[in-house]
Write a protein that binds this ligand. Sequence first.
Ligand SMILES: Nc1nc2c(ncn2[C@@H]2O[C@H](COP(=O)(O)OP(=O)(O)O)[C@@H](O)[C@H]2O)c(=O)[nH]1
Ligand SMILES: [Mg+2]
Ligand SMILES: [Zn+2]
Length: 312
Amino acid sequence: MSAASAKPSHETLRGTVTAAFGRHYEVSLGDTPSASARRLRCVPRGKKSVYACGDEVEVAATGSEQGVILTLHPRANLLWRSDAFREKLIASNLSRIAIVVATEPGFSDLLISRCIVAAEHQQIGTLIVLNKADLDHKLAHARELLAPFAALGYPVAEVSALDGAEALLPLVAGERSIFVGQSGMGKSTLTNALIPEAQAATREISEALNSGKHTTTFARLYPVAGGGWLIDSPGLQAFGFAHLSQEELAWSFIEFREHLGRCRFRDCRHETDPGCALHAAIETGAIDPRRFEHFCLIRDEIRQSDKQARGW
Ligand SMILES: Nc1nc2c(ncn2[C@@H]2O[C@H](COP(=O)(O)OP(=O)(O)O)[C@@H](O)[C@H]2O)c(=O)[nH]1
Ligand SMILES: [Mg+2]
Ligand SMILES: [Zn+2]
């Protein structure tokens, strides 16, 4: 074989998916995304290929700013949203889910438990960010809602995006994080405070899409000074664990783990079954009743969506 024919006709380039717009993807070239990296607007080669922010891919350039995604490197993990009928990829290869809540407007602690289930299930670290700490008349109430999570060892960082978010920088540097949480919590404001390029990028995209709005409608990945990257995402309500078994769900509540397998009946549903070890742990205070309530609510949701998916 001649040297010339051994060389692939299309040089493949490694890159990371930094945004998805329908069937188009922005890919930042290089081993890791950086502010100065060349970016290509890419289409997937396969009709059914779908990619998520954070995906590591091989692309072929088809122009100075355009390319085709050829292959996907194996994902370390994947976060998706789902209901009974649809799934949409959100992000992959994460080291940390940063759940952003705020003193105002109020937030749902159930949503925090949901995010933690997604994180624990995918073996991704959790960070809780309490934003808008400047609105201090609401601070005590927010801290109270977060206390059960802090007691489990989940770190809680109090910040104010308006006063600068420097306190968060060491927590996101070197990590591959995603900001999740209800809309209005300040995820985009925090992203802009942490990443100087973010503001410009948001403006560019809302102009390109001609939306004229700066609300986040899709996930977007930004390189972080000091290494790693951060994804700003739109408000998330439903994570993809529609098909999690009850056992997997219970395991995702880390404080349940030591009690699992200790119920009188092996197939205990942890409902009104006699000799339930989880109920006993609630009695002794080892399990917070709010967290058990979250477990029941998420379990019921999963049951409901399983039924819907099967057409019941
Ligand atoms: N007082 C106060 N307002 C904030 C803070 N962070 C964000 N906001 C405001 O909260 C609103 C929602 O912020 P945004 O970043 O769009 O939230 P997102 O939907 O989570 O991305 C905006 O009006 C921000 O100016 C903060 O730390 N303190
Ligand atoms: Mg936003
Ligand atoms: Zn039980």
